[in-house]
Each structure stands twice: as C-alpha cells, then as structure tokens.
Write a protein that binds this ligand. Sequence first.
Ligand SMILES: O=P(O)(O)OC[C@H]1O[C@](O)(CO)[C@@H](O)[C@@H]1O
Length: 554
Amino acid sequence: MTLTKGSMRLTLGVYERAIQQRLNEWEAQNLAGRIWQRDATVWTAQTPPPPELLDRLGWLDLPVEMRAHVDEWRTFAEEIHAEGFTHAVLLGMGGSSLAPEVFQQTFGNRNGYPELLVLDSTHPDAVRAIENQIDLTRTLFIVSSKSGTTIETISFFRYFWHLMREATDTPGSRFIAITDPGTPLEELAHARHFRRVFNAPPDVGGRYSALSPFGLVPAALIGADVAHWLQLAGDMADACRLPASQNPGLVLAAAIGEMVRAGRDKLTFITAPEVAAFPAWLEQLIAESLGKEGKGVVPVVGEVLGEPGDYSNDRIFVVFSIGETLTPDREARLAALEKAGHPIIRLMLPNAEAIIPEMFAWEFATAALGALLGVHPFNQPDVQLAKDLARRAMKNAADPQDDDALSIENIDTVIEALRDVVESVAPGDYIALQAFLPPLPDIEASLQALRLEARSLLRVATTLGFGPRFLHSTGQLHKGGPKTAICLQLVDAPMVDLLVPETDYTFAQLIAAQARGDAEALRQRGQRIVRINLGHDVQNGLTALAGALNEAML
Ligand SMILES: O=P(O)(O)OC[C@H]1O[C@](O)(CO)[C@@H](O)[C@@H]1O
C-alpha cells in the first residue's frame, strides 16, 4: 500500500504496520514537542547528559534566528559583487563545505556574482586544479572551519595566502573567515587583517550548519535570496512541530528507522538531475550522525539506478523528483523495484529550491533517528582516531616499510587480496571505494564504472568517496558503524608535489598520511580493508584494477 503525507509518498510494504505504530507511540510521547523543548531524555537516560547534546541543538532555531543577519550578508555580497570578483574559493571540509557546494551546483551563481569553487581535497593535483581555474587578483577566499583547527583547511589557507602575498600588498583584503567565536582561525584572521570574520553560533554542529553562516554567507555571495530560503526553512520548522503522523521529519525518521531495524540499512538516493547534488550533503548528515557504536545507516549516493537483480533486500530507496515523477525509463525501473518488494520513499519537490526546507526536515529526522536507533546524533567519536593516526603517519612519512599499500604493478598480489575480499562478502555488506585520488571528472567517471562493475559482480551496495573529503562525511560510519564495510582504499603517486608554506610537509605527504592513518583506524575498528597504490597513471591503474576484480571473481 502507498501512504501519502503532504508531498511525500511512501510505499512501505511489510513495514507499514511497524512504522504506523512507531508514529502513534511518538504522538503519545509528544516526541516533537520534547525535541523542541530540548529534552535530553529523548536521547539519553544519563544525568547530566553527555557532552555535545544539549549544546548542539541550536540548528532548531536557525530559520528564525538567522533572519537578523540577512541584511549584513546581503550588504557584504553587494560589496563583493561591485568589486568585480569572478570567483569565491571556499577552503573547508565536511559541514563547512558541503552545503555551499550543493548551493553552487544546484542554483549556480547569479549573473555578475562570483562563481563558488570548493577545495576539500589535499591531493596536490586538486590544489593545482583550483589554482589553474582562477584569476588570483579577482578571487575571494573563504576560509571556513567551525573548530578553526582542521589541518586540511589551514593547509589550503597557507598555500593560497602565500600566492596572494605575491600578487598584492594587501592579501588580507582577499580573505574572509567563517568560524566559531574565539577559534585559532579567528585569531589568525585578525592577525592577517582578513577583510571580514563571520562568526557562527557555537551550539550548531558542522553537519547541521547549512542554514547558519557556514551555508548562508557563501550562498549570499553567489547571489542567492537567503531571506526567502529562511522563510521556506521556517515553514518546514513549523511543520516539524506537528504531532508525529503529520510531522515530515518524524514520518521520515519512523519510516527509515523501522526499516533499518529490520535490516534495510542502505539508504539509496535517486534524484532528478536538478537536485543531483543534494545527497552529498545528506550523506554527511546521516553517516556522521548515526554511524557509531556498531550501528548506522549507510547512505548510498550517486549509484546508478538498476534492475531488481542488482539489489539484495538491504535497500530503502529515497527518490527526489521535481514534480511527481522522474523520466519514464527511471519510473519503469522504480516500478519494478516496488514490485520486487523494495520500499520507496518519494519526495515530490515543487522546484529545486525545495531542498532548503528539506535540509531542515532531514536534520529533524536525523535527530529523531538517533533516538530511535539509540545513538548520540550530534557527536563523531571515531573521527579523532584517524586524525591521530594520520599525525603519527606524518612523522613516519619517510619510512617506506610503513606503507602496506599493494602496488597495482604486482597484479597477482592485488588479485589475491581481492579474492580474499570477494570470498568474505556476506549479505548486508557494502563496498566503500575510498579514493585518495585527484577528484577530477575523468577519474570520477572511471571510479563510477568500477563501482558499477563491483555492484553487478557482487550484488552489494557500493559507495564512493574521495579522500580526505569523505573522512569528514562517511568516515565516522566506516569506523564506528556496522562491520559490513569492505573498504577499497586507492592511493596514487602524485607526479607533482606542492609544499605547504609555513610548515614542514607537502600536500602529497599530507594526503598519504591521511590515507595510512584512516586505514590503520579502520583496521583497529575491525573493518576489512585493502589498500592499492595505482602509481603515477591513475587511469591505467583503474583499468588494471577493474581487470583484477573480474579475475578475482573467477
Ligand atoms: O568545520 P571544521 O571544524 O573545520 O570541521 C570540518 C568537519 O570535520 C568534522 O569535525 C569531523 O570530520 C566534521 O564533523 C566537520 O564538519
């Protein structure tokens, strides 16, 4: 049976009864009201509640509270517009970069306003690719970090600061910072005479910060109507005050939560092209909030829609359409999936701008899912481990003994390692392609092809993330979530390296240490991982790897 709730249509099959019961229970317990009242018992029985709980609920008020800042942001955006900047380059990771990237990719920059580029990779080729796209003298840099200490962000800053210093006597006039009050980044920004510092509310965690200055200052800079966005988000916030069965956030949470508890934990996003960028933001929200203590929801983003035979019964499909339907071809596939018993949650958006209120609805849903699954939805306990191990790997950077990546040139060893992996595949597993490679379109296309190959050979869910970007998104889930990840970590040997000014390391050393650190953290957490070095020629390496995967299946 299909349930319709506002612009949501849910085909829930055998799970419908449990979901309905959950909603009734939540209504009786006044869950919506208790979340808004910031009642810690929603998530914990502990007194006092654990850290990062009651002091991380500021996102509830952003749609209203941020309205007071709109004029200031608009005036600033007009100033930048009037000065003829062609690009704004955002330097940041995870919660500080994903929402702005989604905004640029979904809405574009208004005529005459700068185009927003995001740098969230420490691969030297990625840094160079940004440098090659911009005219330094007409570029504004946005250094964005809640903590103000993230190594990637500060390294990017150092690199572009030094370039800018050679181009102008007043480099600070080309930099702004977005950060919490009193962070080392704020100090740095004052010391280097940044043009502006925008402070964000400290009681909002990174992945819940899209509607704070982290998302909205960059949005204003590309010419978005952020006042209207806050209005739309405010309407959704009001809807999320309603009793559970009419509450868009709680309906999503009950549906997803009950199906995850029944083993369908691969939340697979299918979108209309107009909103194709949106799931990259949802991915961090869901994976980092819920993937801990051996539990979690695995977001599957960017995987081509297949036939029933491509999937096992661990999937929930979430479809974002503009209007009621996708293309006839994709609708036919969805109908086949529905017939095969897969649950489908459809969100029929009136237009692309509707992703803004959806952001609020999904934040509310994620907070409620934390309660349902019994995890703390606002911390990220396993991210630190990879950071610490990366730091250790930096110290041992010169020691090749320490590098256990298999070379793609030793193809037999690679096949053997893949064979072990293939033999270990069990129902409910997923392949996580972790590519510490240049995030360039041709490489991404080859990785997508490899991913498709893996899905059809192994019939498991597949995810793809570029490192170190994914460390701040799905990284928490990989380490803290269920032991169902099979991680294929891919590294390369960059042809050109870049020194990070004011430090004693290069970008190639940093990304290599991050990859090693994460591999070690994954092993310590009991996940399966194979590391493969594709050498200098990544495309050739990927072709060889696809061949090796097929061999391993024989
Ligand atoms: O904004 P910051 O402090 O630089 O952090 C970036 C990202 O790193 C994390 O803290 C951990 O991966 C994310 O939660 C966050 O969005």
